[in-house]
Design a protein around this ligand. Structure first.
Ligand SMILES: NC(=O)c1ccc[n+]([C@@H]2O[C@H](COP(=O)([O-])OP(=O)(O)OC[C@H]3O[C@@H](n4cnc5c(N)ncnc54)[C@H](O)[C@@H]3O)[C@@H](O)[C@H]2O)c1
Length: 367
């Protein structure tokens, strides 16, 4: 089986592909195409390669970015939903029985307190008249980005039913950590590390802030409970999903790709304790419940052999080392949130001044 990287961003790809060849002896061909736009090229690629599996990451993947303004909302919907629809059409047009493995999100379930365990994709319900059924868990997105993942889920359902496509949708938690056993083999293989308000994920942001001696940016009361997974387990789960495809004609397989759930202020407390920085409770830029419980089933991955890494201060050190090494690249003005869910949230956050975040004098920032 060939592994292809598809993407619309070229920087670093050449050196990463070269580095991987040097350390593993394996080649990853890279084709630069836009899945949402270059439809004919996509069909041709699938025809040429006859893949067993296609792992679909190619989406605008930041909730804050999707909520910035109407331009980013429209781009996120066009790119994500258009890309997923194109992929289904292309697999059908290429006449290839490829298993699609899609990276979805836990956010499709919403982050209210549901009062019980969130099942893996489907839920038993009793409809009016006492009719018992097992349906896709109701979609309850909290951002345009999350809404696109809900719309994706409807597309998977349709194309599975209509065209017998084989699809696995991975409902992933928030990724933390930087390296996998493969990326540590060569510095050029390092993963991108986002610390800014638009793209950075919460724990990586806290670890970066802790290492930079900047107060931790906790939104609201920090009472939001979220699901987490280490980047190494993300890779492992994708491997498990590829190796355990649904049979032809079977409904869309849905797995909750999470290791554990944690409350944001508890995570802030762990990082604060480890680094000695304070937690700064700032107005919440997001339209969301101030406090929620989250209990998530991940039995399917566990039954496939996943023994997930859980939040461990030992592993925090790995991220902290990376941050120390590259801290000169940090732009402190990007640390506070810069995207607000609606006008009310923007008004509540008006006091946040990006220029107020100062780094210690010993941190030289690259120009
Ligand atoms: N990072 C997380 O915490 C997290 C959590 C849940 C789900 N996910 C999902 O996992 C996937 C990967 O996310 P990531 O965090 O590695 O982000 P990422 O930005 O590194 O990966 C997404 C990649 O898709 C590419 N892409 C976007 N639109 C494309 C298009 N139209 N054609 C071709 N390539 C395109 C981007 O260039 C980028 O390389 C995304 O679908 C994201 O929604 C991520």
């Amino acid at each position: 089986m060939a592994f292809y990287g598809l993407g619309i961003h070229e920087p670093r790809r050449q050196s990463r592909v070269q580095a991987w060849k040097e350390v593993s002896g394996k080649e990853i061909p890279f084709i630069n195409l836009d899945v949402a736009k270059d439809y004919d090229l996509l069909v041709q690629l699938i025809k040429d390669e006859q893949p067993d599996s296609i792992v679909h990451f190619a989406e605008q993947r930041a909730a804050p970015y999707s909520q910035k303004d109407s331009k980013t909302k429209r781009y996120t919907v066009d790119n994500n939903v258009g890309g997923s629809n194109n992929l289904c059409c292309a697999v059908i047009d290429a006449d290839v029985d490829a298993h699609i493995v899609h990276l979805g999100t836990m956010g499709v379930y919403g982050y209210g307190t549901s009062g019980g365990e969130i099942p893996e994709g489907y839920i038993d319900v009793v409809l009016p008249g006492g009719r018992e059924s097992n349906i896709l868990h109701p979609a309850y997105p909290g951002s345009v980005y999350h809404a696109t993942k809900c719309l994706d889920a409807i597309l998977w359902q349709f194309y599975q039913k209509n065209d017998n496509l084989r699809v696995t949708d991975l409902h992933q938690g928030i990724v933390w950590g930087t390296n996998t056993p493969q990326t540590v083999l060569d510095e050029r293989l390092i993963n991108r590390f986002d610390y800014d308000g638009d793209y950075g994920t919460v724990l990586n942001r806290f670890l970066m802030q802790g290492a930079m001696d900047v107060p931790l940016t906790v939104y609201g009361t920090g009472g939001q409970t979220r699901a987490f997974i280490h980047v190494t387990d993300t890779a492992r789960c994708i491997e498990l999903a590829i190796n355990n495809p649904p049979a032809k004609g079977e409904r869309v397989e849905i797995l909750n790709q999470v290791a554990e759930t944690r409350r944001v202020r508890d995570i802030a407390e762990m990082v604060a304790e480890m680094t000695g920085v304070e937690a700064n409770f700032i107005p919440n830029p997001r339209q969301e419940a101030a406090e929620n419980e989250l209990d998530v089933a991940n039995r399917k991955f566990r039954s496939l052999g996943l023994d997930p890494i859980t939040l461990d201060k030992g592993l925090f050190e790995e991220v902290t080392e990376i941050v120390q090494k590259y801290k000169s690249r940090c732009d402190p003005k990007k640390i506070l949130p810069a995207s607000f869910w609606n006008k009310k949230r923007a008004e509540e956050c008006a006091s946040l001044d990006p220029n107020s975040i100062k780094l210690k004098e010993d941190v030289k920032v690259e120009k």
